[in-house]
Design a protein. Structure first.
Length: 269
C-alpha cells in the first residue's frame, strides 16, 4: 500500500498540491464550501492514480486545493462509500493520501438521520464518538511504517477541536449538539425498528460514511473533527419518507451554517 500512497502523493505534488495545512471531506449536499476557496487547483478523482473509480452516475468527485480561512486546504468534494461496492480500504484510501500530502488535521462532514429525540431537521451535531458497524478498514495485514497494528480509539475525535467548535457555534448563534455517530452500510435507510435499535445502543445520529475515514486517520495519528447535518429523523412519531433528494435538500439548507463553523475552525488552526 505504501508504494501506491507514494505514487499518488507524488502525482498530486507534481500537480501543485504542496504542504496543505488541513483536509476536509464534504458530505452529501455539503460541497458548497469549495466555492469560498481561492486560487484553486481542481483535479477529477478519475485522473488521480490509484483513486477508486466512481461507478455511480453524478458521483465523480473532485479534489480541490486552495486558500481557505487563511490556510492551504485540500477539499474532497464527494467521497467514496461502502455501499457503492468499494472495499473499506478503498473508501478510506484518500485519507491516507491527505496525510501523506502533509495535512495536520482532518475535517469531515456528513448528512445523517437523527435518532436523539431532542434533534430537529437542520440541526448540526458535532461528533464526539462513533459506533462503526461497517467492516473495519484496517482488517488485513498491517504496515507498521504507516501505523500500529492496534490503534487506540479512546479519543477518535479531538477534544480540543470539539470544544473550539462549541465556542464558535455559540458566538455565531448556531444551534448545535454533541453526539455519537453510528455508521451502517446502507444503501437502505433504516426501518423504524433499526432506528430504535441504534438509539438503544447509544447513537444520536445514523449515516453511511465517515467512520472508515476516521479510523484510517487515527491509524496515522491524524487529529479529526467531524460534524453531522441532521437531514431526517429516525424518532418514533417523527419518521417521514426519506429519499436521497430529501437528504440533499435538507443538507443544502444547513450548508452555510456548517461552512461558518468549518471556516472559523480552520482560521483558528
Ligand atoms: N440513515 C442513514 N443514512 C442517512 C440518513 C439516515 O436516516 N440520513 C442521511 N443519511
Amino acid at each position: 500500500m505504501l508504494e501506491k500512497i507514494n505514487e499518488t502523493t507524488e502525482f498530486l505534488r507534481s500537480e501543485g498540491i504542496i504542504d496543505p495545512d488541513a483536509g476536509i471531506i464534504l458530505g452529501t449536499g455539503l460541497g458548497g464550501l469549495t466555492a469560498r476557496m481561492k486560487n484553486c487547483i481542481e483535479i477529477d478523482y478519475r485522473n488521480i492514480p490509484n483513486f477508486p473509480v466512481s461507478t455511480v452516475e453524478g458521483h465523480d468527485g473532485k479534489l480541490i486545493y486552495g486558500d481557505f480561512g487563511g490556510r492551504k486546504i485540500v477539499a474532497m468534494k464527494g467521497r467514496f462509500h461502502y455501499y457503492e461496492g468499494y472495499g473499506p480500504e478503498q473508501v478510506s484510501f484518500p485519507v491516507r493520501i491527505l496525510k501523506y500530502l502533509g495535512i495536520k488535521c482532518l475535517f469531515l462532514s456528513n448528512a445523517a438521520g437523527g435518532v436523539n429525540p431532542e434533534f430537529q431537521i437542520g440541526d448540526i451535531m458535532v461528533i464526539t464518538d462513533h459506533i462503526n458497524l461497517l467492516p473495519n478498514p484496517l482488517l488485513g495485514q498491517n504496515d507498521d511504517r504507516i501505523g500500529v497494528r492496534f490503534p487506540d480509539m479512546g479519543e477518535a475525535y479531538d477534544k480540543y477541536l470539539i470544544k473550539k467548535a462549541l465556542i464558535i457555534a455559540g458566538e455565531n448563534k448556531i444551534r448545535i449538539h454533541k453526539g455519537v455517530y453510528l455508521a451502517t452500510s446502507g444503501p437502505t435507510f433504516e426501518t423504524p425498528a433499526e432506528y430504535r435499535y441504534f438509539r438503544i445502543i447509544g447513537a444520536d445520529a445514523v449515516g453511511m460514511s465517515t467512520t472508515p475515514e476516521v479510523i484510517v486517520a487515527r491509524h496515522m495519528n491524524l487529529p479529526c473533527f467531524a460534524v453531522s447535518v441532521i437531514t431526517d429523523l429516525g424518532i418514533e412519531g417523527k419518521i417521514e419518507y426519506v429519499t436521497h433528494e430529501s437528504v440533499q435538500i435538507e443538507a443544502e439548507k444547513t450548508e452555510s451554517r456548517m461552512t461558518t463553523i468549518m471556516t472559523e475552525m480552520i482560521k483558528s488552526l
